[in-house]
Design a protein around this ligand. Structure first.
Ligand SMILES: Nc1ncnc2c1ncn2[C@@H]1O[C@H](COP(=O)(O)OP(=O)(O)OP(=O)(O)O)[C@@H](O)[C@H]1O
Length: 275
């Protein structure tokens, strides 16, 4: 393994008497992608929030790009430096963008905040990150409300990339999207990784996503890692009973949901959303 870009050691988080994360340890190599799976409430998001500094660890260490990030810092310079190490993309592209700002304004704000480019103007840089996520330039003048879910998630990814982070933490980032749009975003993320050498921590409940975009997976249950393995090995030969249960609940190829019995009011003409 090349030098890790992120090392998490014995990470724990308690809320009052409740332990949400309990002694989590893993490494993320530069340019690699790690899946974090586990049922709802297993502590995945809390780990993510600690990595990007939104939550303070109760115990353990987080070292990102060789710098110990376990301790909080209020200094603007340190917070900006940290933002260049790790950024996060959230599940819901509908709420994560400011509805009152055009895409251009949102991206310009992010570019201005993390301006590291020598010479390039903010608008050049906005164009550059829009290109990186294959966002149609005509959409820059739009408000988020006029974009599709997939387009909004491209904007959210572009905004995170404005900081040129070494690590991108994606928390259920494709879960709200249709399967075909999910595939486009996952392909896009693969292309961005190839182009920039960025590393991903991919939090998901979806093992199909894990199969497509990660090389290594950790499985969490009740705040602990219960299995850690190469993705290929985990999907072929899960060791922990919990991981087997997770795999068993994934539909096999060809599975079709059962038809729902038709209820009398199903015959109504569907109303278009927002009308
Ligand atoms: N600020 C908080 N105060 C109290 N409890 C919290 C807080 N944040 C998280 N928890 C609890 O910690 C546990 C882990 O939550 P977390 O969101 O990390 O799980 P998760 O695996 O990401 O679940 P999901 O997939 O539903 O988001 C949950 O029981 C949650 O209720």
């Amino acid at each position: 393994m090349t030098d890790p870009v992120l090392t998490v050691t014995g990470l724990s988080k308690t809320f009052g008497t409740f332990t949400a994360v309990d002694g989590v340890t893993f490494e993320l190599a530069a340019g690699s992608s790690l899946g974090v799976v586990g049922e709802s409430g297993s502590g995945k998001t809390t780990v993510a929030r600690m990595i990007i500094g939104l939550e303070q660890p109760s115990a353990g260490t987080i070292t990102c790009c060789g710098i110990d990030r376990s301790l909080p810092s209020r200094a603007t310079r340190a917070r900006r430096a940290r933002a260049r190490e790790a950024q996060m993309v959230f599940q819901d592209p509908y709420t994560s963008l400011d509805p009152h700002k055009t895409i251009q304004q949102t991206l310009t704000e992010a570019v201005r905040l993390y301006d590291t480019q020598s010479g390039a103007t903010h608008s050049d840089r906005v164009q550059e990150i829009a290109d990186l996520v294959s966002l149609d330039t005509r959409l820059l003048a739009s408000m988020p409300g006029h974009l599709s879910g997939g387009q909004r998630q491209r904007v959210a990814i572009a905004r995170a990339l404005a900081a040129e982070p070494r690590v991108l933490v994606l928390d259920e980032a494709v879960a709200a999207l249709d399967v075909s749009i999910q595939a486009q975003i996952l392909n896009l993320l693969a292309d961005i990784r190839d182009a920039t050498g960025i590393s991903y921590v991919f939090i998901t409940h979806d093992l199909a996503v894990v199969r497509q975009v990660t090389e290594h997976v950790i499985v969490m249950q009740n705040g602990r890692i219960v299995e850690s393995s190469r993705t290929e090995d985990l999907l072929r030969d899960p060791r922990h009973p919990y991981t087997r249960t997770l795999l068993d609940s994934v539909p096999l190829p060809g599975w079709r949901p059962q038809r729902r019995p038709v209820r009398p009011d199903d015959s109504r003409t569907p109303t278009a959303p927002g009308t």
